[in-house]
Design a protein around this ligand. Structure first.
Ligand code: UDP
Length: 321
């Protein structure tokens, strides 16, 4: 199959590209390298079935540069809070205009599209764990709104397109970690591991009692592929409706810090506490009953094992410096 991945040089895009190339598909990777990295691209570029197109998703995708495709994984959008907050307009436009452009290309190609939405659509949730029918508690005028509301509006674009014939599936992706994360993107798992490896203070924001549920990347990719290839779109099983993909094992940020320090026992890092960013969700945990029922999917890799693998990845990056 010919598969387009927008955001191919990002963390999820690189892992997904490698998986699909290993399965024998042809992958066209689009990225503008705003948050995707050249380092990730190097893993893909010497593969004979991979083609890279440098393109800003805020502009329309064109057949003359991309070619014809059967499937589109639309992942492009900065996703780490410090990165997506650098340029709120860019983030919002990448999300909304980018999704419109990806949908238009899906329509033109009669391709199936998977849109990478986010647990951020639930905001600071008042329902716990979060099910897909929970409409969220999002601040429309805050530091996170360019991303949260951008993704919510992009979901609406998918909904509108689905009414006029585009086969689009929405994955609401919860916190994911693993190899090919950017060590400098400011997310909690990459920060803590790299701080511990460098004997720098572990930076907990707030008192560390806020929770997240961390999914190892190979599990998440398996969920995306299953959702994309599910045959029963528009059936009574309602694949179109958003599906949570994440690991329901929930940890406080403090527990995560202790786990990372436990797995890097020679680290001299101590924990330091900083101010909690505004609108930082207090809790987050997916209810994945729908993914289990419809896709037969659930994560397999426990946090300790996933962290060990991720630590190995960041060690090799550090050694290559
Ligand atoms: N966080 C932290 N220290 C860091 C980075 C993040 O304590 O160095 C916290 C952050 O405030 C949030 C949680 O870890 O409560 C997850 O942050 P991340 O940016 O990874 O993802 P989010 O789920 O907030 O999008």
């Amino acid at each position: 199959m010919k598969i387009l991945i927008t955001g191919a040089a990002g963390f999820l895009g690189t892992n997904l590209s490698l998986r699909l190339l290993n399965e024998g598909h042809e992958v066209i990777g689009v990225d503008n390298l705003y948050s995707g990295s050249e380092r990730n691209l190097k893993q893909l570029e010497n593969h004979s079935r991979f083609r890279f197109v440098r393109h800003d998703i805020r502009k329309p995708l064109e057949r003359k540069t991309i070619g014809e495709v059967n499937q589109i994984y639309h992942l492009a959008c900065p996703a780490s809070p410090p990165i997506y907050q650098k340029d709120h307009q860019f983030t919002f436009d990448s999300s909304v205009d980018g999704t419109r452009n990806a949908l238009a290309f899906a329509r033109e190609n009669n391709a199936v599209m998977l849109f990478s939405s986010t647990s951020e659509v639930y905001g600071n949730p008042k329902k716990h764990p979060q099910t897909e029918d929970y409409n969220g508690n999002v601040n429309p005028v805050g530091e996170r709104s360019c991303y949260d509301e951008g993704k919510r509006a992009a979901e609406t674009c998918c909904y509108i397109a689905s009414k006029t014939g585009v086969d689009v599936r929405i994955a609401r992706i919860f916190n994911t970690y693993g190899p090919f994360m950017d060590p400098k993107d400011g997310r909690v798992v990459s920060n803590f591991i790299n701080q511990a490896l460098r004997n720098e203070p572990i930076t907990i924001y707030g008192d560390g009692s806020q929770t997240r549920s961390f999914c190892y990347v190979s599990d998440l990719i398996e969920g995306l592929v299953k959702l994309m290839n599910h045959k029963k779109a528009h059936s009574e099983e309602d694949v179109f409706g958003p599906i949570n993909l994440g690991n329901p094992d929930e940890f406080t940020v403090y527990e995560l810090a202790k786990k990372v320090l436990g797995l890097i026992p020679d680290s001299k890092s101590k924990i330091d506490y900083f101010q909690l960013p505004s609108d930082d969700p207090v809790v987050r945990r997916p209810d994945i009953s729908k993914a289990i029922k419809i896709l037969g999917w659930e994560p397999k890799i426990r946090l300790d094992e996933g962290l060990e693998r991720t630590i190995e990845y960041f060690k090799t990056l550090k050694e290559a410096e």
